[in-house]
Design a protein around this ligand. Structure first.
Ligand code: HSE
Length: 298
């Protein structure tokens, strides 16, 4: 009647796939405890780590849990404890981890009445109150694992992509907050056709590269000509981090979700660690506090 879950951090966009691609990290995430109760309804009983609202209708985990609950109308209720490790506004899917964790846990306790796409749909209701727009590119990898592509949100259609076995992610999280709403506000409404062509060629070839474990093609495809030029101004030392991680052997380096975190994809754990050092070197001189992580994609 109780379940403890790990709700992973995720990287959305993956350079060229704005709002559609994402992947799941296995070394960073929140913990949640979900308990079945005889009293009906959804209650948040504990939040540790960050100051977030306890009211179900204001809490991302509460809203997504309530969406599932209203659909199923079970004869019981649920209590949710959130042990938050992912800082809100970090660009590694903090709200998505809360939104997907609660529905994933409740579904397990109920004997899995819903499939992963349906869980993502409920989680989107929670994510919407945090980012004020409906996107599932952080939710889908958290629920499905590995790399995912959100083919469409209406109707919701998620594709699970293969992960080449030697692929690692290195991340730096500068301790500044960039709100998704703000980093969406800097984006243009229209895109030159030439850039659109480059971008969709990169998305297509990146997916082909995942299917064929073609690391060189991953390197050539991890390029974002549409979003990064506008958003990188919000992230101190972005260009330096990118140049230094590429020099240290990263296949590619780009903004994680809406920032400020920056991720690099690397072939092999050793390269991933070298890339982590390169990130350290840039930020240790900056006076901005930061954390770095190396993670498998799972
Ligand atoms: N795809 C979204 C964005 C993810 O980049 O705005 C942020 O949560």
């Amino acid at each position: 009647n109780e379940i403890k879950i790990f709700s992973p951090a995720t990287v959305a966009n993956v350079a060229c796939g704005f709002d559609v691609l994402g992947f799941c990290l296995d070394s960073i995430g929140d913990y949640m405890v979900i308990r079945k109760t005889t009293e009906k309804g959804i209650k948040i009983t504990k939040i540790e780590g960050f100051d977030l609202p306890y009211e179900t209708e204001k809490n991302v985990a509460g809203v997504s849990a309530q969406a599932l609950y209203n659909d199923l109308r079970p004869e019981c209720g649920f209590e949710i404890e959130i042990h938050k490790k992912i800082k809100p506004g970090s660009g590694i899917g903090s709200s998505a981890a809360s939104a997907s964790g609660s529905v994933y846990g409740i579904n397990e306790l109920l004997g899995r009445p819903y499939d992963k796409t349906q869980l993502t749909y409920f989680a989107m209701q929670g994510e919407a109150i945090a980012s004020q727009c409906e996107h599932a590119d952080n939710l889908a990898p958290g629920i499905f694992g590995g790399f995912t592509l959100v083919k469409s949100t209406k109707p919701l259609n998620i594709l699970s992509l293969p992960t080449p076995s030697d692929l690692f992610a290195t991340l730096i999280h500068p301790q500044i907050e960039v709100k998704t709403v703000d980093s969406r506000a800097v984006l243009p409404k229209e895109v030159p056709l030439e850039n659109a062509i480059t971008q969709w060629a990169n998305v297509g070839s990146l997916i082909h590269a995942f299917h064929t474990s073609n690391y060189e093609l991953i390197r050539e495809s991890l390029i974002d000509v549409i979003i990064e030029p506008h958003r990188k101004k919000l992230i101190p030392h972005f260009d330096d981090v990118k140049a230094n991680t590429l020099r240290a052997g990263a296949l590619g380096c780009a903004i994680s979700g809406s920032g400020p975190s920056i991720f690099a994809l690397c072939k092999g754990l050793e390269t991933a660690k070298q890339v982590e050092k390169a990130m350290h070197n840039v930020y240790s001189k900056s006076g901005i506090a930061f954390e770095t992580y190396v993670s498998k994609i799972n």
